[in-house]
Design a protein around this ligand. Structure first.
Ligand code: ATP
Ligand code: MG
Length: 555
């Protein structure tokens, strides 16, 4: 590859990194993934994880996992643990241990003192409303706080007393003294510390003050010597403040670069909204297989690879867009097609009796586990007089045999890996439903040893009635029926798809699945990909449908 071609295949962040390495501006790569532990990670976070950890891997650098834990009321260890589990599951290594912004509270406090001492921060006694009103709007200069010119001594004294818990919440804040006339509202003396008498999941009741995002985030980047602080586009306007603070405190020059957040069709990617789905009981928890959380996808049967491949396919953009969820579904199909063993699972069973097959006779048939992977080997399936096939594979009044290859009166099909059978009749219940169908098999047509010369176009799945394993299958569909949920705010609940979960208790599986364990993945031939759910017990197997074999939504 010439240097030019190589450059073209790099995304804009990789180009920047390679230029920095070449010019000597940087000699190592440190990135970080900085979740706030106030919910479970979703597919948007997965994109950020793949980007940050992926760059560190690619350029021999490091990526930290740092919890941005500065809002004690909303954060918890449950979320910390879930996030760690998700990142490990994706296969990324964040070094010896996870890092926490709360570990830097002492350092951050010292940075704030330094700003005060240099006349770059002050305690403001105004109320939140007064501060907000004083910022006015970008087109006119802001109104300076009457407390802006407090002496360094007074500021230091008040800040210490804020820390010691002497003042009420909301009575005072620490503001950076930047520029009340800036057209960038983030530069109009932003609040960097506020009083909060909340219990913190790690520091307990030690602190009565907590740093704000803009102060904690960039400074933590700097403490960790993060070279590339990658964040989503909404932080673009924060960058001047990010740079100002690092410069004024005079610490390691981390650099912020923004990229477009991932939006997915038919999907919500906001922890706040996902929390609502959980709290209001629209789903069965954060790891409900319909949830776009990493834990939801894991339980649904997605693989780490499928999620990583998806993130790579989406790429890194500078402008927001919306990605078709079909791309994610394509990624999991592509992965499972190569790795999942094929089995027969009959979702809507209809009994088929082979009338010329002896009652007690069982023949073992050889079935291929995975046509994409010879090393997956073969298994045996018992073929008997009474079988079950898929109800949809029989029609009393079928269309022309040129259009419809499956079973109907007098029609012939192959039972895959078994024999060719011909339908000789069927029995109907009083309500008109077909109860069972009757066939005769041709002994010359055993699969692999067929001497009949017969050609049939239809091949059906089946299971032996006496050997079949009963199972429950949970069929998932999209959680929302609306394609673009981006512009919909609190009303998003009204866009839920009422049919997103259908439970089928009557599924019959081939006997090789008897010992399937939670987490095992299979392709049920012609139906889709399925995974054994963790709710399964020894005598009650439960499967989640990961994805259908084809996209059923494209009409
Ligand atoms: P949410 O709005 O869902 O709470 P957030 O950005 O507030 O998301 P954080 O925990 O602060 O959640 O995010 C951690 C990291 O993940 C940040 O760097 C953030 O930019 C990134 N991130 C969050 N959502 C997305 C997304 N949809 N696409 C790409 N990156 C994202
Ligand atoms: Mg956030």
């Amino acid at each position: 590859m010439s240097e030019n071609e190589n450059r073209e295949s790099l995304n804009f962040i990789e180009q920047m990194i390679e230029e920095d390495l070449k010019s000597g501006k940087r000699d190592f790569i440190q990135t970080r993934f900085p979740p706030e532990p106030n919910g479970y990670l979703h597919i948007g976070h997965a994109k950020s994880i793949v980007l940050n950890f992926g760059l560190a891997e690619k350029y021999n650098g490091k990526c930290n996992l740092r919890f941005d834990d500065t809002n004690p009321e909303k954060e918890s260890d449950e979320y910390v643990n879930a996030i760690i589990e998700d990142i490990k599951w994706l296969g990324y290594d964040f070094g010896e241990k996870a890092l926490f912004t709360s570990d830097y509270f002492d350092t951050l406090y010292a940075y704030a003192i330094k700003l005060i001492e240099n006349g770059k921060a002050y305690i403001d006694d105004q109320s939140a409303e007064e501060i907000s009103a004083g910022k006015t709007n970008p087109t006119i200069p802001g109104i300076k706080s009457p407390f802006r010119e407090r002496s360094v001594e007074e500021n230091l004294d008040l800040f210490e007393r804020m820390k010691n818990g002497e003042f009420d919440e909301g009575s005072r804040v620490l503001r950076a003294k930047v520029d009340m006339d800036s057209p960038n509202m983030h530069m109009r003396d932003p609040i960097i510390y506020r009083i909060k008498k909340a219990h913190h999941h790690r520091t307990g009741d030690k602190w009565s003050i907590y740093p704000n995002y803009d102060f904690a985030h960039g400074q933590s980047d700097s403490i960790e010597h993060v070279t590339y602080s990658l964040c989503t586009l909404e932080f673009r306007d924060h960058k001047p403040l990010y740079d100002w603070l690092i410069q004024e405190i005079d610490i390691f020059p981390s650099e912020q670069t923004e990229f477009a957040r991932l939006n997915l069709s038919y999907t919500i990617v906001s922890k706040r909204k996902l929390l609502r789905l959980v709290e209001e009981g629209h789903v069965n928890g954060w790891d409900d297989p319909r949830m776009p959380t990493i834990s939801g996808f894991r339980r649904r049967g997605y693989t780490p690879n499928s999620i990583k491949n998806f993130a790579h396919k989406v790429g890194v953009a500078r402008r927001d867009g919306i990605t078709d969820i079909a791309l994610l579904e394509h990624s999991i199909r592509e992965d499972l097609n190569k790795t999942a063993n094929r089995v027969f699972g009959i979702l809507d069973p209809l009994k088929l009796v082979i009338t010329n097959w002896p009652e007690e006779k069982t023949e073992m048939m050889q079935a291929v586990n995975n046509p994409e992977d010879e090393s997956a080997g073969k298994r045996e399936m018992p073929f008997t007089r009474e079988l079950y096939i898929e109800r949809a594979d029989f029609k009393e009044d079928p269309p022309s045999p040129r259009k419809w290859y499956r079973l109907g009166p007098d029609r012939e099909v192959r039972l895959k890996y078994g024999y060719i059978v011909k339908c000789t009749g069927f029995k109907k219940a009083e309500d008109g439903t077909i109860e069972e169908i009757y066939c005769e098999y041709d002994p010359e047509t055993r699969s692999g040893q067929d001497t009949s010369g017969k050609k049939v176009k239809g091949t059906l799945g089946w299971v032996s009635a006496n050997h079949a394993v009963n199972a429950e299958v949970r069929m998932y569909d999209r959680l929302f029926k609306t394609e673009n949920l981006n512009t919909i705010d609190d009303d998003f609940i009204n866009h839920l798809n009422p049919d997103s979960l259908q439970i089928n208790q009557k599924v019959l599986l081939e006997p090789s699945l008897k010992d399937a364990k939670a987490g095992d993945r299979f392709q049920f031939e012609r139906q889709g990909y399925f995974i054994v759910d963790q709710d399964s017990t020894e005598d009650h197997l439960i499967f989640n449908r990961t994805v259908t074999l084809r996209d059923n939504w494209k009409k």
